[in-house]
Ligand binder design. Structure first.
Ligand code: CA
Length: 221
């Protein structure tokens, strides 16, 4: 299945060149001219990759990146017009996975997308038995829906999008915090415990969520 790439770029010519390259590379691009439109769509439709221009009319790329990170771990490549901006963005912990400076070659961008997508889903990995329905905010395993609280849903959906990747408690807090601000580290552990119990009902012999000593948790299904 082709990876879907959302491109948020207010320069129509650049956006269309990038979209052409993305199509030629086998991806399915969708272009947004501003951050607000992109965010509205992203709330219900998460692509496989997001390419964000930093300077956008209205909501800029940084604000959009942070807003998206409140509910999704979709890989994000941030594009900036100035190389000095990259240091600042790194310092701000923008949440982006990679940065690219303008002017960039579309080939370079495609190469970065490929690397990040490969990292997100290792080649030859068996299909995940866990299905996240973002629109309905439902997660099913082996075709059977899990009964989850909103916090559990956000944690598991975030982990499932990046299975095999270790999440710190702080990152899991960020995932869970969409609905409440008073979630503690201990609460994260208790969410994980509940998730393990609920998943174990459907998959009794599988450790779906591993503890990684000193780091956090990893979703391995
Ligand atoms: Ca721009």
């Amino acid at each position: 299945m082709s990876a879907r790439v959302f491109i948020v770029e207010d320069e129509p010519e650049l956006a269309s060149v990038v979209a052409d390259y993305a199509r030629a590379s086998g991806y399915l691009p969708t272009v947004f001219g501003n951050g607000g439109d992109a965010l509205a769509t992203l709330r219900t439709d998460i692509p496989d990759m997001l390419v964000l221009d930093l300077m956008l009319p209205g909501m800029d790329g940084l604000a959009l990146c942070k807003a998206v990170r409140a509910f999704s771990q979709v890989p994000i490549i941030m594009v900036t017009a100035r190389v000095e901006e990259i240091d600042r963005l790194l310092g701000l912990d923008s949440g982006a996975d990679d940065y690219l400076c303008k002017p960039f070659s579309p080939r370079e961008l495609m190469a970065r997308i490929k690397v990040i997508l490969r990292r997100a889903q290792p080649p030859g990995a068996p299909p995940c038995p866990c299905l996240v329905d973002e629109a309905a905010q439902r997660i099913s395993i082996m075709g059977r829906a899990l009964e989850l609280t909103p916090s559990e849903y956000h944690i598991l959906a975030g982990m499932a999008r990046r299975r095999g990747q270790v999440f710190s408690r702080a990152q899991l807090l960020d995932l869970a915090c969409q609905d409440s601000l008073d979630v503690t580290d201990r609460a994260v552990d208790s969410h994980i415990k509940n998730l393990r119990r609920k998943i174990a009902v459907l998959l009794p012999d599988t450790e779906a969520i591993s503890s990684v000593y000193g780091l956090g948790y990893r979703f391995d299904l």
